[in-house]
Design a binder for this molecule. Sequence first.
Ligand code: ES4
Ligand code: ZN
Length: 318
Amino acid sequence: MFLDLNALKKAELHIHLEGSLEPELMFRLAERNGIKLRYGSVEALRKAYDFGNLQDFLDLYYSGAQVLLQEEDFYDLTRAYLEKCRAQNVTHVEPFFDPQTHTDRGVDMATVVNGITRALKEANAEWGLSYGLILCFLRHLSEDEAERTLDAALPFRDHFIGVGLDSSEMGHPPSKFKHVFARARELGLLPVAHAGEEGPPEYIWQALDELGVVRVDHGVRATEDPALIERLRKDQIPLTVCPLSNIRLKVYDSLKQHPILDLLEDGLKVTVNSDDPAYFGGYMTENFEALRKDLGMTDNQAQRLAQNGFDAALVHTS
Ligand code: ES4
Ligand code: ZN
């Protein structure tokens, strides 16, 4: 008998809350807020989830997020994701959110943070889920806008454990955000960044050496640079790898080409994550199952990958 991957205790370290917005909830929130969606039905919307690259996806992801307006919307979004975690035995989460996607539409930082935090606190009280929230800066916008976002988040400093960097990678290297990350670190926020998803190994070096990241999101293009692989291995820098995401966004043609198990066997601290589960066809269990089916992941490898998720966590609440 195979190990039950749903029952396996897991931690998720790379999930964008806005990327957990399922079409059904999107339609429900659109109706509640009097917003007309470009797609006529849940089925038509799901059909549009056929992406050629990261930017194709981001266009739909930002458009979908427009239904999020009230504190209750952010609460419902987060609560639905956390219920999924409960069903899949994901007992620790460190989710991202993108405040600029909302504040740039006139939604208050307080509305966003309070809705998300209420759902997280509730899940902790109801079933003991542990968590740490990470605020991401949108890298296609300027560093100055990131600085102002950090300012706006300061009244909520206690609600976050870290800062991240996401959105369109190409042409927006980590070095662009050196100053804002330095200030975040001085505030005691732990730095992470997306790097080496579509971008070159050089962006991973920059995330490490210029932003001081303690964990790299994706990082799979490190395989192109042996010296970088050695650095990640020696320093045990965790990589939050997202297998189904990489296939849906055409980082690899097929999961059979995915390097995650090679990286694991090379001694890197790799973890499995869902990224944007509502858009990429699966949550944590589905990502693990895909690795078993297409890459022949063994039960022992599954257990090591799941344990790495807890080892790589930024907060250790027991
Ligand atoms: C993202 Cl897959 C991915 N990459 C970069 N930024 C993102 N934001 C949401 N999902
Ligand atoms: Zn991501």
